[in-house]
Design a protein around this ligand. Structure first.
Ligand SMILES: Nc1nc(O)c(N)c(N[C@@H]2O[C@H](COP(=O)(O)O)[C@@H](O)[C@H]2O)n1
Length: 153
C-alpha cells in the first residue's frame, strides 16, 4: 500500500517543484579529488571501469548527456554494477545534501513526508508508470533526510 498522495512529495522534471531532489539538478559532488557537476554525471560514470569513458561522462555538458552516455553498452558495464549501484547512489545523494545548503534545507522541510520520484519510465529508481515502482531514489532521499535529522551526517 502507498501512503496517501497528500503525504507524498513528488519530484521529477527540472521545471517542477522539488526539482532540487532530482539527480539532474545542478548540485555537484566531489569524489576521489574530482568534481562532478551533477549526481547524474557521477552515477552514470560509475557504471564503467574504463577511466577514459568515465572522464568523457564527467566532462559532458548536461545531465541528460551523462545519462545518454551511461546507456551505451558499447563500453562494457562493470560486472558488479547491479550489486553496487544502490550504494553508489546513496553515497552520491548523501554527498550532494551534505555539500549544498539549499537542497538540504528543502529536504529537511519535508518532515516525515514520503518522497517519490515521479518517473513514468523508471520503476526502479522511481515509481514508474503505475505508481507502484520501487522508488529507490525516493527511499534513499528519505534515508539521507533521516541521517540529517538525527545529526548522523
Ligand atoms: N530527470 C530524469 N529524467 C529521466 O529520463 C530519468 N530516467 C530520470 N531518472 C534518473 O535516471 C537515473 C537512473 O539511470 P539508469 O536507468 O540507472 O541508467 C537516476 O538518476 C534516476 O533518478 N530522471
Amino acid at each position: 500500500m502507498h501512503n496517501e498522495p497528500e503525504n507524498t512529495v513528488y519530484f521529477y522534471a527540472q521545471t517542477d517543484a522539488f526539482s532540487e531532489f532530482s539527480n539532474f539538478s545542478p548540485y555537484g559532488v566531489a569524489f576521489d579529488g574530482r568534481w562532478w557537476r551533477t549526481v547524474e554525471h557521477y552515477f552514470q560514470a560509475m557504471k564503467f571501469r574504463d577511466e577514459e569513458y568515465r572522464e568523457r561522462i564527467r566532462n559532458c555538458g548536461k545531465p541528460k548527456d551523462a545519462k545518454a552516455l551511461g546507456m551505451t553498452r558499447k563500453i562494457p558495464l562493470r560486472p558488479d554494477w547491479e550489486d553496487v549501484k544502490d550504494a553508489i547512489m546513496l553515497d552520491a545523494v548523501r554527498c550532494k545534501f551534505q555539500t549544498h545548503e539549499h537542497p538540504r534545507k528543502l529536504l529537511l522541510s519535508t518532515g516525515d513526508s514520503r518522497i517519490a520520484e515521479n518517473a513514468p519510465m523508471d520503476a526502479y529508481w522511481g515509481i514508474g508508470p503505475d505508481g507502484a515502482g520501487l522508488n529507490r531514489l525516493g527511499t534513499i532521499l528519505m534515508q539521507v533526510r533521516e541521517e540529517l535529522q538525527t545529526d548522523r551526517i
